[in-house]
Design a protein. Structure first.
Length: 331
């Protein structure tokens, strides 16, 4: 759990640190990740592996296999793969750890046990290793160039959220929120709802959007106080310089938000907004930039002054790493 963030922190001259806001701990979710991995196996096996049942006479015969890298990258997924294989009574041995650099030809792990269980569990275990290693590798491409600047989003594959966030950390990135429950992020659709609530069907103007932002921040701050959620950050998404200036002024008055998300802006627009925020809120407020971030343009957003750049490219667009399993003695 991150340290408590007091609502009068601006009076102390201390803002929220990046590590507090973005570097979420995932250890307590290990059981959930493992349970999800076993559900994935159930999806694949369902009533049984009919091919193995048909063609393999002695399914309990002991065999040995290796899991081998066929790509260079960053390893992740050992926890899930081990859980899937060991649940079938198989021995799983690896000298590597998630986050390790692997090269083509490296032996990632050794597996030993009944051939029927190896064949049944092979693909699901490899899927986790391939997908999560791909995310860790994609994250590393960003994070190695801009350490401490890259974060993931909640844009993950359903059912894999915590595992994919762990892969981001293995690659050197930050996690941001793990879900809807561990931080306030006021987005455009929240603001659209408040605008309708306050102004009905009147034409939407920039002034109305600004008022909706102020109202949303007031409500989030009060909710945080009422529910004693002092350790949960408050962030708001803005889409224009006018909105940015209004949020910086609100921060001076009320000490929130802790973070501002500059969404879908060009680098030059981000630079203007960063200057406006720093004039109003100094260095105390964290600035995040997101939307359309790629390996080609990420540097421009960081140069524009963003504290953190968040992107779905490291999760939804990551190419799985090529990893395979081979029965020993067969070529």
């Amino acid at each position: 759990m991150i340290r408590a963030v007091l609502d009068n922190k601006n009076k102390r001259g201390k803002g929220l640190k990046k590590e507090e806001a973005y570097n979420r701990s995932l250890e307590k979710y290990s059981d959930r990740m493992i349970a999800q991995a076993k559900l994935a196996l159930d999806d694949d096996v369902e009533s049984g592996d009919i091919t193995t049942q048909a063609v393999v006479r002695n399914k309990s015969r002991i065999e040995e296999a290796i899991i081998i890298a066929k790509d260079n990258g960053i390893l992740c997924g050992l926890q899930e793969a081990e859980a899937i294989l060991e649940a079938g009574g198989l021995e799983f041995e690896s000298e590597k750890m998630d986050g390790a650099v692997i090269e083509k030809g490296d032996v990632i792990a050794k597996v030993r046990g009944g051939i029927g269980e190896i064949l049944k569990r092979e693909r699901t275990a490899l899927n986790y290793l391939q997908i999560l290693s791909g995310i860790a590798t994609a994250t590393h491409r960003f994070a190695s160039r801009y350490p401490g600047k890259i974060a993931s989003l909640r844009k993950t594959h359903p059912g894999l959220s915590h595992s994919e966030k762990r892969a981001v950390k293995a690659g050197g990135g930050f996690t941001h929120r793990l879900g809807l429950y561990d931080g306030f992020l006021i987005k455009d659709n929240h603001l659209a709802t408040i605008v309708r609530e306050m102004f009905g069907d009147e034409p939407i103007t920039e002034e109305k959007k600004v008022e909706a932002i102020r109202q949303a921040l007031k409500r989030a701050k009060q909710y945080r106080i009422d529910k004693q959620l002092g350790s949960y950050f408050i962030e708001v998404e803005v889409e224009s310089l006018e909105q940015t200036v209004a949020v910086a002024r609100f921060y001076e008055e009320e000490g929130v938000p802790d973070m501002i998300l500059l969404d879908n802006m060009r680098p030059q627009d981000v630079a203007r907004c960063v200057k406006a925020i720093r004039r109003g809120a100094g260095r105390e407020i964290l600035i995040e930039s997101s939307g359309g971030i790629t390996t080609k343009n990420v540097g421009a957003y960081i140069d524009a002054g963003a504290d953190i750049v968040s992107t779905s490219k490291i999760t939804l667009s990551a190419k799985p790493l090529d990893i395979s399993m081979k029965i020993l003695g067969y070529k």
